[in-house]
Design a binder for this molecule. Structure first.
Ligand SMILES: Cc1cc2nc3c(=O)[nH]c(=O)nc-3n(C[C@H](O)[C@H](O)[C@H](O)COP(=O)(O)O)c2cc1C
Length: 173
């Protein structure tokens, strides 16, 4: 139950052991963590498309350009997170309150995914630099792609975290 250990272990992994596959049970545990993630009105307004092999290579290419995300081609698994429609109550709440719950929900799902991957000894990197149109074509998706997450065995060693200080980040009233 020591979440802080997982939070320290998780980092954006930009170098993977090429050719080393992710075990099915580990991938299942990671997907189960996403299934358990909270979301506005419990609506889970997202879909995950798990890509391996040639599909993974095609997805990786759709996250690259201008020098970005070259490492994505090394990862054996790429997980594409796309939008799904809101459930009615979340749609109403989002409209009335002017709050983008879906983006928040997708962020939480990504956090759960990457945390469980770290707990399994795997590396991930959340990619927001992506070509939505290409990815929708590759994966046959109707709704916008919001994130791609690379997954595999890391070659990086653990870096020191660079973060704002708590007093900059938090006000306690
Ligand atoms: C929404 C989002 C989009 C991101 N997009 C990219 C990306 O396209 N390429 C990349 O290399 N890193 C990307 N990152 C990783 C961040 O750069 C990284 O999380 C941040 O610098 C903190 O470093 P750490 O993850 O190693 O702790 C993204 C992270 C988030 C949360």
């Amino acid at each position: 139950m020591d979440f802080l250990k997982i939070a320290h272990a998780r980092q954006s992994c930009r170098s993977y052991e090429e050719g080393r596959e992710v075990e099915t049970e580990k991938l299942q545990a990671i997907l189960e963590a996403v299934r358990l993630a909270p979301s506005a009105c419990n609506g889970q307004p997202y879909h995950l498309t798990v890509c391996r092999g040639d599909m993974a290579k095609q997805v990786a290419a759709a996250t690259q350009g201008m020098g970005m995300n070259k490492f994505a081609s090394q990862a054996p698994v790429l997980i594409v997170i796309s939008e799904m429609p809101y459930v009615k109550s979340a749609a109403l709440g989002a409209k009335v309150k002017g709050n983008d719950y879906r983006s928040i929900d997708i962020g939480i799902a990504a956090a759960y995914l990457t945390a469980e991957a770290a707990a399994q000894g795997l590396g991930t990197c959340i990619l927001g630099w992506l070509d939505d149109k290409k990815l929708r074509e590759i994966c046959g998706l109707e709704y916008p792609v919001r994130l791609v997450i690379t997954l595999g065995y890391p070659k990086d060693s653990l870096r020191e975290k660079k973060r704002k200080n708590l007093d900059e980040l938090v006000t306690q009233l």
